[in-house]
Ligand binder design. Structure first.
Ligand SMILES: [Zn+2]
Length: 273
């Protein structure tokens, strides 16, 4: 019998897929109750930005070094950092559109269908020194879901999937450009090391959380871009997205809904097969 831990382990590759670099093995997916996509985004869009702390940190290799209180505190600082740099750039260039800002900053942005290594689900990536790839296969699948009941209402007219992904990746460029001073890079934790050696380490997830708040601040969407983790995965696997939804709801202290309890107009027969 499958344990809950094993479920989590199998889900992890796809759960990490949005902005991470994990491999996905289809066919090994665990079983989850599939929810209508409208129900998923409706619930996830209500979660305040800082309450994503535990979910965000669950993807951090050093997660075990922190208490929930520290995770929340660091998440808030990362959110403030992302927002600060969004406002700084918006003021400096008098624009908020991630596409135009990317051009101003000298980035090359391209829109291929899929990553070269098609074994992984990946929606966008930044490659040093100044390249951003936005993968349109996932973007198109996401756009197609916008006509499902309740989805565009929850995600609002502010959402442009490609620009949101670009905004996120743009932060990784900004982070690199200001690496000597930006908080997400200067913050270090002390790991164990025999004295008198010191072993100080950066915390990678802080850059991810800040990239989310940077993209949110630029695009003006009223919810956390972490919602896209589940939403865009839904385009590939409604079941994996439902598993992510359960995990997100649980890690933010909520109870995931079941389709029967849906109070939306999403009819079961409207579910993608
Ligand atoms: Zn990222």
């Amino acid at each position: 019998m499958m344990t809950k831990e094993r479920f989590q382990e199998l889900l992890k590759p796809i759960a990490d897929g949005l902005f991470g670099k994990q491999r996905t093995r289809y066919g090994e997916a665990p079983h989850y109750t599939v929810r209508p996509v409208g129900m998923i985004v409706e619930d996830l869009c209500r979660i305040p930005e800082d309450e994503w702390a535990r979910y965000a940190f669950s993807r951090e290799p050093l997660n075990g070094k922190f208490t929930d209180e520290q995770r929340l505190d660091l998440t808030r600082q990362a959110i403030a950092c992302g927002r600060e740099y969004a406002e700084k750039l918006a003021a400096q260039y008098s624009m908020r559109d991630p596409e135009k800002l990317a051009k101003q900053l000298g980035l090359n942005v391209d829109y291929p269908d899929m990553p070269q290594n098609a074994e992984r689900v990946l929606f966008a990536e930044f490659r040093e020194p100044n390249n951003i790839h936005i993968y349109m296969d996932g973007v198109r699948k996401g756009r197609a879901l916008l006509s499902e009941p309740g989805v565009s209402h929850a995600l609002t007219g502010q959402l442009d999937i490609a620009k949101l992904l670009l905004g996120h990746e743009l932060f990784h460029f900004v982070e690199e450009k200001y690496k000597k001073e930006i908080w997400t890079r200067t913050y270090k934790i002390e790991l164990w090391a025999p004295t008198p050696l010191h072993n100080r380490s950066g915390v990678a997830v802080l850059g991810e959380i800040a990239a989310m708040s940077f993209a949110k601040a630029l695009t003006g969407i009223p919810y956390s871009p972490y919602v896209m983790d589940a939403f865009l995965v839904y385009g590939y696997s409604p079941e994996a997205a439902s598993g992510l939804y359960e995990e997100m709801m649980e890690k933010t202290g909520r109870t995931p809904r079941l389709p029967e309890a849906a109070d939306t107009d999403a009819a079961p027969e409207a579910l993608p097969k």
